[in-house]
Design a protein around this ligand. Sequence first.
Ligand code: AHG
Ligand code: MN
Ligand code: MN
Ligand code: MN
Length: 337
Amino acid sequence: MAQRTLARYLTEEHRNKGRIPADLKFLIEVVSRACQAISIAIGKGGLGGVLGEAGSDNVQGEAQKKLDVLSNEILLEANEWGGHLAAMASEEMDLPHLVPNRFPKGEYLLTFDPLDGSSNIDVNVSIGTIFSVLKSPEGADLSTAAAAEQAFLQPGTAQVAAGYAVYGPTTLLVLTVGDGVAVFTLDREQGQFILTQEHVQIPADTKEFAINMSNQRFWETPVKRYVDEMVAGKTGPLGKDYNMRWVASMVADVHRIMTRGGIFMYPMDSKMQAQGGKLRLMYEANPMAFLVEQAGGAATTGRERILDIVPDRLHQRVPVILGSRNEVDRVTGYHGN
Ligand code: AHG
Ligand code: MN
Ligand code: MN
Ligand code: MN
């Protein structure tokens, strides 16, 4: 059977299922091209001069790596000319980026974490790009970057597409347009993403958890209890032995869960309380929660469903607990929900 490229998958979603309009199909293809360009830059590593610090800080107060900045630029440049977007927002930019006046404007908003897993760049471990697509509300004020922030403040349930690229031993694009989750593998010779898995399903049960254990003393009681119970193993209250994995690139940790199940937690902790958590709602938690739910999993903060949160600011942070449904339900239950 002929290979199904990303373009063909999107065309079928558009033509046969009427799920996505032509301009959303185009938008996703453009994002996928940008991810290919980022993948090529990453592949050059030290030979391409892309490793190391950029020498600047982002709005999160993090030191930017060269690849954080480069990936952000690649995504902006790829997406601003096509006429499908009204504005873009990113982890690496204080304010939204408006489509310049020389280009036509479209009806979509794109948010992204251009390079996820920055701490893994220089050690040659998997990193990624995460993106989310919203519709710009009717009559939204896009006259200035500051005014445009308001248009983005929609709950995750309003997302029309979300995905991530993971730059690992192979480069993959994992996508949802609200019709399940599909995985595409980059064929480097063809320069195309080829469909390699459809209808991804996260098993409801798991014996594998992902959390940064060095934060244990900062966690709230419900998460402490849950992790203690998992670590207690077969003779503990959960009655099974668990394994632990923590890559520290959300894309890689979530991709493992997409592949074989598991639970990922970056829960509320006392260090991060003032900021609301570690991970960012609009371009990390929401797209991942959409993907995970589309694959039959669950995603909460411990207290509420991530996709139901109505954001009050672009760079809002939230606690994240996601993955295999029965485990997410258990720890969410421990929070009293
Ligand atoms: P980013 O590199 O985009 O800033 O995101 C890093 C995030 C996420 O990918 C990961 O799950 C988490 O930070 C790792 O945090 P720790 O280093 O605290 O484990
Ligand atoms: Mn960062
Ligand atoms: Mn990130
Ligand atoms: Mn990032």
